[in-house]
Design a protein around this ligand. Structure first.
Ligand code: PAF
Length: 283
């Protein structure tokens, strides 16, 4: 029988709960989430369990990473189902602050990012996003002080930004990326997939298909521009409004001319109706 996890909502309660978890020097893994948990999140929790003695999951829909025009208000909130999923995974502790606990009145500090946060991918279309993510993740790291933290590769630029920040600020956290979990037809799992209409849901896996075809062209010796052009056409013909499809250096996320220049990652973002989807694959 799985027991319901303990839920703490303010920093002093979190610290007390962590003191308990850390008894006998157990290592702690943090899985930061915004709730609306799906099998992708469950795989993060399972990886966390393999990497540390104790697992803390944070659930906080972070307002500072949404622009006023974005979906903060309508972002799916599925608290009861989330708790049931985490209980089934035997997660012991959930960190669930409200906005006032995370950003008390007169909160006035931001983290300024360069490097992977300014390479012209997500940052070009969501200029507020990584500042908000870095601030909240920086806070989550100092609140929980985990030994390791698990992030999905699905948000690949976010994974690179957080890894860089943890290193630059000596936060003492090892950031670990976890493989993207996909539906049977290839669509990357995402809390936002619930926004898709039936027709859109049918079209959505084209993103993954287009990347796989473009990657095959590159591996067969094709040049980056031709492969990207074919991928972009396929995505646009399926009915997406494309933000970007790019092949980048997998570490720096800088533009890369060929597979000979280093490990390559292909990244895509596109809108289907009002839903914006992102995905990426190793080439
Ligand atoms: O990937 C997410 O769910 C969020 O960006 C994160 C890392 C939990 C920060 O709010």
């Amino acid at each position: 029988m799985s027991r319901n996890p303990m839920v703490v909502r303010n920093v002093p309660a979190l610290r007390r709960a962590l003191d308990g978890l850390r008894a006998r020097k157990a290592t702690v893994a943090l899985v930061p989430t915004m709730g609306a948990l799906h099998d992708g999140h469950v795989s993060l929790v399972r990886l966390a369990k393999r990497r540390a003695g104790r697992v803390v999951v944070s659930i906080f829909v972070n307002p500072t990473q949404f622009a006023p025009t974005e979906d903060f208000g309508s972002y799916p909130r599925t608290w009861k189902a989330d708790i049931a999923k985490l209980a089934a995974e035997n997660v012991e502790l959930i960190w669930h602050p409200d906005v006032k606990n995370m950003y008390p009145e007169r909160f006035a500090t931001k983290i300024l990012l360069e490097g992977p946060a300014t390479v012209g991918l997500e940052d070009r279309f969501r200029p507020h996003f990584f500042g908000g993510v870095a601030t909240v993740v920086g806070k989550l790291f100092t609140q929980v002080r985990p030994d390791v933290a698990i992030f999905g590769e699905k948000d690949f630029q976010q994974l690179r930004v957080v890894t860089q920040m943890a290193r630059d600020l000596d936060l003492g956290v090892k950031v670990i990326g976890s493989r993207t979990v996909r539906e049977r037809d290839g669509l990357a799992m995402s809390s936002r997939n619930v926004y898709l209409s039936q027709d859109e849901r049918r079209i959505a896996p084209t993103l993954y298909k287009a990347m796989k075809e473009a990657a095959a062209r590159l591996r067969a010796g094709g040049d980056v521009e031709t492969a990207m052009a074919a991928g972009r056409t396929m995505i646009e013909n399926a009915g997406f409004a494309l933000d970007y499809l790019e092949a980048r250096h997998a570490e720096t996320l800088e533009p890369i001319g060929s597979l000979k220049e280093g490990p390559m990652r292909m990244l895509v973002a596109a809108k289907l109706g009002t839903t914006r989807l992102i995905d990426n694959i190793a080439v």
